[in-house]
Design a protein around this ligand. Structure first.
Ligand SMILES: Nc1nc2c(ncn2[C@@H]2O[C@H](COP(=O)(O)OP(=O)(O)OP(=O)(O)O)[C@@H](O)[C@H]2O)c(=O)[nH]1
Ligand SMILES: [Mg+2]
Length: 453
């Protein structure tokens, strides 16, 4: 691990709820914000929640409240105030004005929002070249509308070669940080460069993907809320050795491993970036190519931390992101993880609420056999059917179809063999050049809705 903790930032957290009745929700959201801040290396010194029908368009909380918070932050020697939503650029500027913040002074009291904090955690956890570029792309898109003018401090955007975390502080961390001041034109140039480099990385990945497709293995993607235990599960199934820690967004780069199902079928299991409520759209866009692996999977294994107060809350947040990235229709299976933390009553309650879910402990290795059985069944149920026309000189393709899928029908036509094949989509996809028609799988009982809804 190369994580360098930021030099002790002291932060005050601020949230808004619609009414007093929603204080519990607001507090849970602030708990999560606190966890994000802690992951970024900050110490939480105070927190505020204001109940108001809508956030103040000018200052998020009311102006009076904003002044009170700033005063308290100064008293506690806080270095930043973190707001639990994405602030509009104008809200950020107004709050800086209320606080008398000079964004150019290095020791100024910073105004940070949830998006900025999440971007910061991502920047801290990005290790691969692609991950760093994706985060930088998201950061630039987040910052451009927030620039106050020419020559604003843009130290967080730097050359890709820098790589140093030389005393970065909360909200200013960036991959390849070089302490440069760049003007808008330079930012535009950098943006172009990052996009080009990403395109290049993406091309390399597509080649790799194609290689994997050529192996014709069904693919399963682990999805879920951050910190649910996706990497722990991949490690339990394989010897992937993915980093596991009680921090948010530990995993940013997809890791794929081959795994054998109980019926002997080999599959590819992929662990990837976790989701969170209010996942910044800049990140969803920047991580599109990473998230695409999810869309193309034959089955999603949705891993849930069952020990949460209300797992539905996280399930919904995950479903929302899945819909957003176009993976809403991929068949999925719910794995209620961390079941070892539940007492018998809670477990019975959840089993009742989620009758189709599998209850497991990735950490203790409990329920994993049953989970694999269920994966195997779901995979079979999600098979699609396609019809192909294979020229007579491609006997190799015809025999691959027989090896990898179930040939339902076969006949000789004038121009080649006509085959109707049933197999997981990833297997059918590799024969795409010969496809005549494609029938998606029939809707299953265990469809794409979480069980119990
Ligand atoms: N008690 C218990 N803890 C678990 C279990 N599975 C995972 N954990 C813990 O939960 C934390 C998060 O686990 P990870 O596997 O890193 O979670 P993740 O979903 O990969 O998280 P991100 O990559 O950050 O999105 C770690 O501290 C794990 O040890 C489980 O079944 N039981
Ligand atoms: Mg992980």
């Amino acid at each position: 691990m190369t994580t360098t903790e930021a030099p002790s930032e002291r932060v005050v957290l601020v949230g808004v709820v619609r009414s007093q009745a929603q204080l519990d929700e607001g507090n849970e959201s602030l708990d999560e914000l606190a966890q994000l801040a802690a992951t970024a290396g900050a110490e939480i010194v105070d927190r505020f929640i204001q109940a108001r029908p809508t956030p103040d368009p000018a200052t998020y909380v009311g102006k009076g409240k904003a002044m009170e918070i700033v005063e308290q932050a100064r008293k506690l020697k806080a270095t930043a105030i973190v707001f639990d939503d994405e602030l509009a650029p104008s809200q950020g500027r107004n709050l800086e004005d209320v606080a008398g913040v000079n964004p150019l002074a290095p020791d100024a009291l910073k105004i940070i929002d949830r998006t900025g904090l999440i971007l910061d955690v991502f920047a801290q956890h990005a290790h691969s070249a692609e991950g760093k570029l994706q985060v930088e792309l998201a950061q630039i898109n987040y910052m451009v509308p927030r620039l106050r003018g020419w020559g604003e401090v843009m130290s967080r955007i730097g050359g890709s070669g820098g790589g140093g975390a030389s005393g970065p502080s909360l909200g200013t961390r960036g991959p390849g940080e070089t302490k440069l001041e760049i003007d808008r034109r330079a930012i535009a140039r950098r943006l172009k460069k990052v996009k080009e480099e990403l395109k290049e990385v993406d091309r390399t990945r597509q080649v790799k993907n194609r290689q994997r497709e050529r192996t014709g293995l069904p693919s399963i993607s682990l999805v879920g809320y951050t910190n649910a235990g996706k990497s722990t599960l991949l490690n339990a199934f394989t010897d992937a050795g993915v980093l596991v820690q009680n921090k948010l967004f530990s995993t940013l780069d997809p890791v794929s491993r081959k795994l054998e199902l109980p019926d002997g079928r080999p599959v590819v299991l992929t662990d990837t970036v976790g989701f969170v409520k209010k996942l910044p759209h800049q990140l969803v866009e920047a991580f599109k190519s990473t998230l695409e692996q999810t869309i193309h999977a034959d089955l999603l294994l949705h891993v849930i931390d069952a020990s949460q107060t209300d797992p539905n809350d996280h399930i919904e947040a995950v479903n929302q992101v899945l819909g957003q990235i176009g993976a809403g229709n991929v068949p999925r299976l719910l794995a209620m993880n961390q079941a070892d933390k539940l007492d018998a009553d809670a477990l019975a309650g959840l089993k009742n609420q989620f009758p189709d879910a599998l209850f497991i402990s990735a950490l203790r290795g409990q329920g994993l056999g049953e989970l694999l059985e269920a994966v195997s069944q779901a995979l079979s149920a999600s098979q699609a059917v396609a019809e192909y026309l294979v020229p007579f000189d491609r006997g190799d393709i015809r025999s691959q179809m027989h090896d990898l899928g179930e040939v339902i029908q076969e006949s000789g036509a004038e121009d080649g063999w006509r085959l109707t094949v049933k197999a997981p989509r990833s297997v059918l996809g590799r024969f795409g050049d010969f496809a005549v028609s494609f029938t998606p799988p029939e809707p299953q009982e265990n469809g794409d809705k979480p069980a119990g809804e």
